[in-house]
Design a protein around this ligand. Structure first.
Ligand code: SF4
Length: 432
């Protein structure tokens, strides 16, 4: 057997001492509302040290009765409020949400699946999105105007999404125009000089930018299909904010690394030694963004898993660095990982490179396999972690009382343009 640490412990039963020994941040033992009272911060967890935008939403205090309630009481209050609201509410839960939240979700999925799920519940008055800010924005854009989308904790952002803002992308677009010519019309070959592609993990403002410029949103499930379609219309793509998903997808399609220059925002020609010639010669221009959760995975962790279990099947999420993808056996989205585990022969050993909460849940749901996270340290996505049952109970009981709190509303003009890019995404179904 193995001496690899197996992070199957539940965070809700961790003591401070255990956390200090096994997790990336002792702050994980504290309730999320201790951070909410401190101003903008991502909170303890994988993206704790990332730079947060100054205008990031702040949650503020939730009533004391929720902060003091026991786990059992919160569970009962959520279930009761949901039963009272009935079909008037739909609760969506991302794979990275804690189990105490997931058990109340009507739909569990990745961002692509939840975007589709929101579309199937057009009669629900309220969509409560247990995920992060950009996902709730997307649900608001795709839902009917009379539906209200609620994010239980306003401070549940995404550090990767925050690494690209409209000002930086517009500056990049202008600079690319100075090198590639008029970006709004096809050249003599009938192709556009460049098409913008944004990962789902981006603000509505960026999705709107992409929609206005003939681009498309992609997810980790359909990135390759989206890129293939884009290359039928354009010579190259500008891909933001996740460099790793862009690079890993480009490489899987046979694009050499030298044709995928990086772009650092607000630098002349994006820095990194870029020149007008290197940009003209590019196929995928990669934004300088990343997910702090998936950047934690390393080749050494893959090697340790193989040393402990020679027959291990290593699956890494495409937000992981390229070297990790190369060392793994497979790369795939959260949906791909779920399906791989479900369809495997009993007794399969999996080392998985994605968010710890989802890996732990898979391990519990599939005792017929051995499943562990590549990263031996318990380190959840710090912002997903901020959706605590106290917030879900609060927003649901407010809805029962006829009050909508924490509503996410995308301005109409932004929503109209962003929807163009999202509709193009929904047409690009992932390959199974
Ligand atoms: S796991 Fe990474 S990309 Fe996903 S919400 Fe968290 S920080 Fe953002």
């Amino acid at each position: 057997m193995t001496d690899l640490p197996m992070p199957t412990i539940r965070r809700d039963v961790l003591t401070p001492d255990m956390l200090a020994a096994s997790s990336c941040s002792t702050g994980l033992v504290a309730a999320p509302w201790t951070i909410d009272q401190q101003g903008p911060a991502y909170g303890p967890g994988a993206s704790e040290s990332d730079q947060i935008p100054v205008n990031a939403p702040v949650q503020g205090s939730i009533p004391e009765e929720y902060r003091k309630a026991s786990d059992e009481e919160l569970h009962e209050r959520i279930a009761r409020a949901k039963a009272t609201l009935g079909d008037r509410v739909v609760v969506l839960g991302h794979f990275y949400q804690r189990d105490e939240i997931v058990q109340h979700a009507d739909f569990l999925g990745d961002s692509f699946q939840l975007a589709r799920a929101a579309l199937t519940k057009q009669d629900a008055e309220y969509i409560v999105f247990c995920g992060v800010h950009f996902m709730a924005e997307t649900a608001d854009i795709l839902s009917k105007p009379e539906q209200a989308v609620v994010l239980p904790n306003l401070a549940a952002g995404c550090s990767m999404a925050d690494m690209a803002d409209v000002a930086g992308v517009e500056d990049c677009w202008e600079q690319l125009g100075s090198v590639l010519g008029d970006l709004s019309t096809p050249d003599e070959t009938g192709k556009m000089p460049v098409i913008p592609i944004t990962y789902m993990n981006s603000s509505a403002a960026l999705k709107a930018f992409v929609g206005r410029h003939g681009g498309v949103v992609c997810t980790s499930s359909n990135a390759e299909v989206v890129l293939e379609k884009a290359f039928q219309k354009a010579h190259r793509v500008l891909f933001f904010p996740d460099q790793h998903l862009g690079r890993n997808t480009g490489r899987a399609m046979g694009i050499p690394l030298e044709k995928m220059p990086m772009w650092k925002p607000n630098q002349p020609l994006g820095g990194y030694g870029n020149t007008a010639d290197s940009l003209r010669d590019s196929k995928v221009i990669l934004w300088h963004g990343f997910c702090s959760v998936h950047e934690r995975f390393t080749v050494e962790q893959v090697e340790a898993a193989r040393a402990a279990f020679p027959n291990v099947r290593v699956i890494a999420h495409p937000e992981c660095p390229m070297e990790v993808i190369d060392a793994a056996d497979e790369a795939g989205s959260t949906d791909y990982i779920q399906r791989a585990v479900k369809s495997a022969e009993p007794g399969t050993v999996f080392a998985i490179g994605t968010e710890i909460t989802m890996v732990n849940r898979l391990a519990q749901q599939h005792p017929e396999h051995t499943i562990f996270c590549l990263d031996p340290v318990v380190c959840p996505c710090s912002t997903m972690y901020r959706i605590h049952p106290a917030y879900l109970a609060w927003v649901l009981e407010e809805l029962v009382a006829g009050r909508i709190v924490n509503q996410i509303s995308v301005p109409e003009d932004q929503a109209r343009d962003a929807k163009l890019a999202l509709d193009r995404m929904l047409e690009a179904a992932p390959r199974k």
